[in-house]
Each structure stands twice: as C-alpha cells, then as structure tokens.
Design a protein around this ligand. Structure first.
Ligand code: NAD
Length: 477
C-alpha cells in the first residue's frame, strides 16, 4: 500500500484555523524513513491567551446545553470519524509507524469513545438524602470547567478522544494539546469535531513547545482541570504546576507491567499471546507486558518458545500489509533502549532475540533478554519499546513480591488455570488493572488508570466521566 501524506496541519483557536504564518514551525517525521514530511505550527503566547479567553466564553454556553443536545453532536463526531477512518489511519501510520490495521482499529475506537460518552453523559445523576424532619440534602454533579488535555504520541487518536469525549459529555470545554510527532491524525480528528457543529470556543487545538504551553495554560485560573497521559517525570512536573491554581488532575503515567506465568498455564497458547502483545505498537504502550516472571518448571521451555516466536515477528513499514511491527515513533527511543540493553547484558542478562536497531528510519528489532538480574536498570525503568525481560521464580509469594517491587502500578497480568490463585493474585498485585489469561484490559466501559507512580484518576467508563464532574452538596431546610 502506498499513500501520500495528505494532512492539513493547523492550530484551531477561537473557531479559527491558524497555520505557520508568524509562528515557529516544528518538523514532522515519518519514522519508517526518517524523512521530514511536514511542518506543524507552534502556538504563541498570544494564541494561548486567545484560547483561554475563548474557553471562558464557551464554557457557560456548552454547559447550558442539555445532555441530549451534547449527545447528538458527539454522535455526529463519531460518524465523521468512522467515515474518514481510512484517511485518519493512513496519517497515523505515516506519522507514528504502527501497522495500518492497528491504526484503523485505533481510529474506530476513538469513534466508539464519542458514542459511549454521548450516552453516558445522559446518565449523570446526583442523589437525594431525606432527613426525618422533612429536610432534604442533595448531591448535584456539575462540570468541573475548562480542561487542558495533554495526550501522547503512542495512541495519539485514541488518547486525544479519551480526554475530549468525557469532558464534552460532562459539560466541560477543552483545550487539547496532542503530541507534535503526530499532528496530522489529531488535527483530522479536530476536523471531525468542528464539522459536527461543535463550536470553536468549546474544543480548541494547539501544538508547539509542550513545556511553554503547559506552563502558560496551567498558570491561568480559567483552567480548572488538567488531564495528562505521558511519562511519570512530566506528570510530576505538571502536578506541581497544577498545585499553584489547585487545578484538579488526572494523571495516566508510565507503567512496567509484570506478567506472572505459572506452570499450570497452557504454555503454547500463552506464548502466542504474550509475544504478539509484547511487540504491539513496538512496545510503546503504557500497559505493555515488560517483566515476564516464569515459574521454574517451565522457564527453559518459555525462553525457547519466546525466542522462536520473537524471531518471526515481521518488522517493516506500517503501510505494508505483511508488517506486524513498525518502527519506533521517534529517534530518541533508540539510544534510550540501547542503553538499557547494554546495562542489562553487562550485568549478566542473556539476549535471546534481537538486540539492536536496524534499517532506515527508527526500527529496532524485537528483543528479549533472559535471566535479567534484578539490579539491571531496565528492571525498574520502563523500556517503552520492543524489549521483553524474562526471569524465573519459584513460589507464588515470590512472584507477587517481584511483581510489586517497582514504583509503578498501572497494569499487571497473570497466566494460570488455578481459580483460587486467580483471586489471590488479582487481590495482591499492586496495579490499577489486572488481566488474567489475556491482555484486553482497555475497554470503553471500564476504568483505565494506575496507582503508585503510575498516576491517579481513571479514564473510560463511568469513572472516566466522574473525572470531569465535581459534586456539590445542597442542603434544603
Ligand atoms: P517525555 O517524557 O519527553 O514526553 C512524554 C509525553 O509528554 C509526550 O507526549 C510529550 O509531548 C509530553 N510532554 C513532555 N513535556 C511536557 C510538558 N512540559 N508539558 C506537557 N506535556 C509534555 O517522553 P517521550 O520520550 O516522549 O516518551 C517516553 C516516555 O514517556 C516513556 O518512557 C513513557 O514512560 C512515557 N510515555 C507514556 C505514555 C503513556 O501512555 N502513559 C505515552 C507516551 C510516553
């Protein structure tokens, strides 16, 4: 499949599309070739001030709409996304590298998010407490206010929608800053929103210097809520900035997911699942399985099976139908992963597959290291790339201790056929999400979020909507 990069890269501020005139521009690369394919304009301080003023104007208007009016517009957004799915997915693959099939699935899941939250927004309900004296106390749920939403480059379409859709459903307005690496697919989503008839004071789009933009927006008391998906380091920084205006926050940060493989699992079926999942999106997934703890009795067979399957993963341009894993999304991940591998092998880890960058563009071969020592940096630093780490364990207690040893707690997985063990593991593991015998833990109607340094607050599900609502207690005497 060949495709041209047919993107219209502009900011959308106060109902106006704004290009590079009078603004700095940043290059956009195709990670499969390392070629520059476009320039994206950077918002200026004046742009951001106008965006803040527009959000202030737009909030009372959007909030005054009925949930049904909001839902009708949001369903139109979903329809627009579905109709343009092939175009948006092509832009996503060209900018981010993932195989086209995965890109298309991501785009359709963004449409589904708008549909889900359109419906969920019509179910925002408070409660009434009846007092014996005839008094009433009510809990109302109200929109939190204008939102600054920062989403990353690994699932740029889905994660942008995961913030905008619940915010709109709750009655909030949004200034969205998607990543500068993938502005074509995210500005195409913005077109779907605008073409649905949602006004330019309700949803706005900015790109530019992430630090400048977040400092500028969070310094304004107009912003009442900050939603961020990205690294723990940046999340901590934004939490400090949000403290100055006591802005509410949802933080979806890094993970380092353990996978506990018990000797009673179906080994072949498990290996098929874990290898496919490990290299999905080239491992650039916050819930990617990374630390594989395998019970002694099946350790050697697991290592061998993992190596064989990993060697067969087909890497290439995401537009090639045979490709199972594309390039990394940006060049800076290559030295970061190389450094982690060098440290792990110097300390005794054994490379059983891959191990290096390859070809033009930002390709890195699917890599697995066995016998990784606990003091290797990669056992505590999230690899965020196509790198699997494998270690043996003896007992269930030992496996749980290993699983919980890192400061992260986003996703965790276990493979076992023992029903009692499933309950024990699900209870004891320190993470916001647990997958048993499967990796499908991201669903529109379920909370998605972490504990410990993986952040707090949830996206998706009714809990995701709650993140954009504040309770108000009304006492009537
Ligand atoms: P990074 O820490 O430089 O950036 C992470 C994300 O935050 C990017 O989308 C970036 O645009 C944004 N960002 C950076 N500084 C910001 C600021 N001051 N204000 C607002 N946004 C800002 O890391 P990176 O090299 O882009 O990505 C690698 C690391 O990021 C990984 O190790 C991983 O932990 C994390 N990450 C996590 C997710 C996730 O889904 N949780 C997604 C992407 C990246």
């Amino acid at each position: 499949m060949t495709a041209t990069y047919d993107a219209d890269l502009q900011l959308f501020i106060a109902g106006e599309w704004r290009g590079t005139e009078g603004r700095d521009a940043r290059p956009v690369y195709n990670p499969a070739t390392a070629a520059t394919i476009a320039d994206v304009p950077s918002a200026t301080a004046a742009d951001l001030d106008e965006a803040l003023a527009a959000a202030k104007r737009g909030w009372p208007l959007w909030r005054a709409k009925t949930p049904q009016e909001r839902a009708a517009l949001m369903h139109k957004v979903a329809d627009n996304i579905r109709q343009r799915a092939d175009h948006i997915a092509t832009l996503l693959t060209l900018e981010q590298g993932k195989p086209f099939g995965e890109a298309r699935g991501e785009v359709l899941s963004a449409a589904a998010l708008f549909d889900y939250f359109a419906e969920q927004g019509q179910r925002i309900e408070g409660r009434v407490v009846q007092r014996p004296t005839g008094q009433r106390a009510m809990v109302l749920k109200q929109p939190v206010g204008p939102v600054a939403a920062f989403s990353p480059w690994n699932f740029p379409v889905n994660l942008m929608a995961k913030k905008i859709a619940p915010a709109l459903a709750a009655g909030c307005v949004v200034i969205s800053k998607p990543p500068e690496e993938t502005p074509g697919c995210t500005s195409a989503i913005m077109r779907c929103i605008v073409d649905a008839g949602i006004s330019g004071d309700v949803v706005q789009l900015v790109y530019g210097d992430p630090d400048m933009i977040s400092r500028h927006l969070l310094a304004s008391s107009t912003i009442r809520k900050v939603s961020f998906t990205g690294s723990t380091a940046v999340g901590k920084h934004l939490m400090k900035l949000a403290a100055d205006n006591v802005q509410r926050i949802t933080m979806e940060l890094g993970g380092h997911a353990p996978v506990l493989i018990f000797d009673d699992c179906d080994l072949d079926a498990t290996l098929d699942k874990v290898v496919a999942q490990k290299f999905r999106n080239a491992g650039q997934v916050c819930v990617s399985p990374t630390r594989f703890y395998v019970q002694d009795g099946i350790y050697d067979a697991f290592v061998q099976g993992f190596a064989q399957r990993t060697a067969k993963v087909q890497i290439g341009d995401g537009l090639d139908a045979a490709t199972q894993m594309g390039p990394l999304a940006n060049s800076r991940r290559i030295p970061a992963i190389e450094k982690l591998i060098a440290d792990a092998t110097a300390k005794g880890g054994r490379i059983i597959a891959g191990g290096d960058a390859t070809g033009d563009g930002y390709f890195f071969r699917p890599t697995a290291i066995a016998d990784v020592p606990l003091d290797a940096d990669v056992m505590t630093t999230e690899p965020f790339g196509p790198l699997a780490l494998i270690r043996p364990f003896g007992t269930e207690d030992e496996a749980l201790e290993q699983a919980n040893r890192v400061p992260f707690g986003l996703a965790a997985f276990a493979f076992t056929e023992n029903g009692r063990r499933i309950n024990r593991v699900a209870d004891a593991i320190e993470s916001g999400m647990v997958g048993i015998n499967a990796f499908a833990i991201s669903a529109h109607d379920m909370p998605f979020g972490g504990i410990k340094e993986s952040g707090f607050g949830s996206e998706s599900g009714p809990e995701g909507l709650d993140g954009y609502l504040v309770p108000k207690a009304v006492h009537i005497y």
